[in-house]
Design a binder for this molecule. Sequence first.
Ligand code: NDP
Length: 479
Amino acid sequence: MHAKRCYNRGVVENGTALERRFCRRQEIFCKGVIQMAYVDEVLEQVRKKNAAEPEFLQAVDEVLNSLRPVIEANEEKYRSQALLERLCEPERQIKFRVPWIDDQGKVHVNIGYRVQFNSAIGPYKGGLRLHPSVNLGIIKFLGFEQIFKNSLTGLPIGGGKGGSDFDPKGKSDREVMNFCQSFMTELCKYIGADADVPAGDIGTGAREIGYMFGQYKRIRGVYEGVLTGKGLSYGGSLARTEATGYGLLYLTEEMLKCNGHELEGKTIAVSGAGNVAIYACEKAIQLGAKPVTVSDSTGWVYDPDGIDVNLLKEVKEVRRARLTEYARARANAQYHEGRGVWSVRCDIALPCATQNELLLDDAKMLAANGCIAVAEGANMPTTLEATRYLQANHVLFAPGKASNAGGVATSALEMSQNSERLSWSFERVDSRLQNIMVNIFHNADEAARKYGLEGDYVAGANIAGFEKVADAMLAQGIC
Ligand code: NDP
């Protein structure tokens, strides 16, 4: 695209006037030198190197583009240290075979992953996703996002992510245990309480964490806080189960307050019906709002009387059943096959299921229906086009790396409790969580203002998360 280009050390290229005008949009033009902007240069390299990983490219694209003002202000320093190149390349990627035996004696082989992305500010920290859609690109996108999210919490945790294409759905407890033990038999070589501390994510709940922790202890012979999201009887933290959903509402409430709205009395559309969605609904109700939808991978429910959280927990956490069972038990609830949550009229939308579940058309429907705020409970649930549309149409938008950071923040509090060999009360953890979420919002807000991007919390969150990691990377030299 850029035929006449100079990369780094002031090589002069004489592009035609037309070429210069064309390039000026994206390139720095100085002293007769057309130099490609550092962000564009790195984006181009990342696209070439990772062409088969669309989710990773989407995440890098979003982050680097929103960091432009910071990068431009420090271009020489960052370029000379190849800071962005290092930031976009994981420190380590581990891919391994996970053989396990089902109840019929048949042997299966899944793939396990752990991407240790960035340890500049602390040990790698990030969940383990068990879902058939998992591949290296998905784990890399999640690990990349995790760097900034973890930094935003203000706690000393680096970014990582892992998982497998194993599907726990429909498997017996024994099959899940067989898988988890085999998975941990390999993973345990690379993790540790001061090195890399995985947690839950889609498909990895308390049951899976328990089996993995047992296997780690058995092989390594140490009782340490190597995983978070553990059961309360063996080192887990009170309020960790609730943390992501509760944190999402704490941040949403603060964002609304700072923009002249209140949460109380608002109607909320929620997607997902897992850990994040359930506790988002619970906290929304406690704060006086009314969630009216939930969804899973087969369909969604509209309950005009407001979601009954106890029933939802019974259906999803205890019976591990479909949402049809929820709808059957509620007089006015309607069950629909497929997607459709965002067609419901609401004041606030909380996407809490998975990546790329809120598309441009959904964003248009939400805005047309008078939605005032979207806050992401899931990781990257909103596509780039949908995000841009919402922001352009004055819908407040909180990106997941800020609004769902309550989970990892509370995981870090679980690590602190494990180190102290103490357990804090629910109230103490919850109040720390609330402070952290409020601070995250203000840090993102201030970072956006500092660079003249008031109200752009996507840019604000990326900038605030990035600055700390960048400083630490520069201080630690080329590594
Ligand atoms: P769960 O596995 O508990 O729940 C996920 C929910 O989303 C389920 O209802 C699931 O439906 C639905 N879902 C999953 N994949 C799809 C899909 N492809 N299409 C439609 N629905 C889907 O996961 P969590 O609630 O823990 O995580 C949800 C999101 O939040 C993820 O993006 C995760 O990375 C993110 N997150 C989670 C944190 C946590 O602490 N749990 C922390 C920070 C972020 P079904 O049951 O039918 O599969």
